[in-house]
Design a protein around this ligand. Structure first.
Ligand code: BG6
Length: 505
């Protein structure tokens, strides 16, 4: 394999990373392992510090021990004790209530000291790994203490986790509140799907290979399928999930990110705004759902009890913190259309769900059939269309499916795959998916983060669906057995247009 470097990493300034919600899952499972992996790969600035803040009373020593115990379970290989030692001595902890002004006073004093001790030059990255109701308050408090004020030689950035709002109005309100304190270029709205190598590769695949772009349009493509299937249930997140549901949880963010990367026009450069402008255009071109479209083209479902991987699993309604009569959807499928020259009349079928039979995130580009049938003797169901399958996770890779002659004296046709597997070419790089995002934010590159208008447009797409669902008389969400591919209505959505979902097993 030959490699070529397209872009070099930007200069990384010394910096202090402040994590709000440092006692939570995300910090232990993703952020600390990602920072450690970055240090292992020499991708952190030489001078850095990490300050955790949360309400749980803890000393720095206790915090370090807690992280030490947790990190082992969330990194790919064995922990390198020397690197860990080098990392953990730059980590400290402050106890504080996110809503208490005194906590910010203490944090401010503490940061002054840490900044001097570790020579981080006044560059602060605030990572809000908290429940969403604190996002705005934390930023306002930071602003009041002057902690978000940038000077020429000292930047201040804020990473905001998901969910960013729960509908269009709340996302707009949050954007507005943030904009009272921060400039847009200080705000990094995270969508962890953009941290996945395979997702970033969509742009490279499309725009650095000359052979796909000419056929990447309505003339050659029959339809596109985007599937994000999970085998897990709602886990311990019933409280959040029961209020959110699959549509809010996955579609305006992760699924629409995938759609926009597949459908966008080539940007003029890989500059953050050039890429985000093109993505925004795609989302704005999605045909708005009329109430009738919602009823016809959007399917919801909720898992009933069943079995996944041979293990019996409970129904959604029996999960902790879920209302026993909940109608919240754990599955959603829809057809959307993009009203542009490239995509007019090409359906994009999206689906995502929990407790499905396989964990598989993939994008399928189904090409139109060959224009005439030379092989009249071959049953047509064996003359399947060409498929380009982009496997985002797991078993990351890309394959192209085409017809080939089955060896033998008579002409028989079968499907074969040309298959690229990441693991085979590049090995398994240790990654939580957050490394690139943290690295890019430290480097001031916002390409992989959502701009205010991207987030609002995403919510704008699903808003009519939420409105119609809310307005309907309660008639019960269709159920599907845990371990199946969702309700029968999802199969019908494609079947009535002569198509079918491609399920990974
Ligand atoms: C999160 C959702 O954003 O993404 C979860 O809130 C979901 O419900 C998760 O399980 C899926 O992420 P991944 O990286 O496992 O595909």
């Amino acid at each position: 394999m030959e490699s070529q470097t397209v872009q070099t990493g930007a200069l990384r300034d010394p910096s202090t990373i402040v994590v709000f919600g440092a006692d939570g899952d995300l910090t232990q499972r993703k952020l600390i392992p990602a920072l450690y992996n970055l240090l292992v790969g020499h991708h952190l600035p030489e001078d850095f510090a990490v300050v955790g803040l949360a309400i749980t009373p803890m000393s720095t020593e206790e915090f370090r021990e807690k992280l030490g115990r947790a990190v082992k379970d969330h990194i790919a290989g064995p922990l390198d004790p020397l690197v860990w030692e080098q990392f953990i001595r730059r980590v400290c902890y402050v106890t504080g209530d996110f809503l208490d002004p005194l906590a910010y006073r203490r944090l401010h004093e503490f940061l002054d000291e840490v900044d001097k001790r570790h020579r981080t030059g006044g560059n602060f990255l605030f990572y809000l790994a908290t429940a969403p109701q604190f996002f705005s308050a934390i930023v306002q408090h930071l602003g009041m203490r002057g902690l978000t004020d940038q000077r020429e030689a000292a930047w201040r950035r804020v990473i905001i986790e998901k969910p960013f709002g729960s509908n269009l109005a709340s996302a707009k309100a949050l954007n507005h509140e943030l904009s009272r304190v921060l400039q847009e270029n200080q705000i990094y709205r995270i969508d962890h799907y953009l941290g996945k190598e395979t997702v970033q590769n969509i742009l490279v695949f499309r725009f650095s290979n000359g052979i796909f772009e000419p056929v990447w349009n309505r003339r050659y493509i029959d339809h596109v399928q985007v599937t994000v299937a999970e085998t897990v249930g709602v886990e311990h997140r019933g409280r959040y999930y029961d209020a959110a549901g699959a549509l809010r949880d996955m579609v305006p963010n992760h699924l629409l990110q995938l759609v926009s990367l597949i459908a966008m026009e080539p940007p003029n450069s890989f500059d953050a705004d050039a890429v985000r402008d093109e993505k925004a255009k795609v989302l704005r071109a999605i045909l708005p759902f009329e109430p009738l479209d919602v009823l016809r083209s959007v399917v919801a479902g909720q898992y009933a009890e069943g079995a996944v991987a041979g293990q019996p699993v409970a129904a959604y309604r029996a999960e902790p913190y879920v209302r026993p009569d909940s109608d919240t959807e754990t599955f959603v499928a829809m057809k959307l259309l993009i009203d542009s020259w490239r995509w007019a009349d090409v359906p994009f079928y999206l689906r995502t769900g929990k407790r499905l039979p396989a964990r598989a995130t993939e994008i399928i580009i189904q090409f139109k059939r060959a224009p005439f049938m030379l092989f009249r003797q071959t049953p047509t169901e064996h003359l399947a269309p060409n498929l380009l399958v982009i496997r985002i996770q797991p078993d990351e890779g890309i394959s192209l499916r085409f017809d080939a002659k089955i060896p033998g004296p008579s002409v028989r046709v079968g499907m074969v795959d040309m298959d690229f597997q990441y693991a085979k070419y590049f090995g398994d790089a240790p990654s939580t998916g957050y490394e690139t995002l943290l690295h890019d934010c430290l480097a001031g590159d916002a390409t992989l983060f959502q701009r205010a208008d991207n987030v609002e447009t995403g919510w704008g797409v699903v808003e009519p669906i939420l409105n119609v669902w809310q307005g309907l008389p309660p008639k019960g969400v269709p159920l599907y057995q845990a371990g199946s591919w969702g309700p029968v209505e999802a199969t019908d959505l494609l079947a009535r247009e002569g198509r079918q979902w491609r399920n990974r097993m």
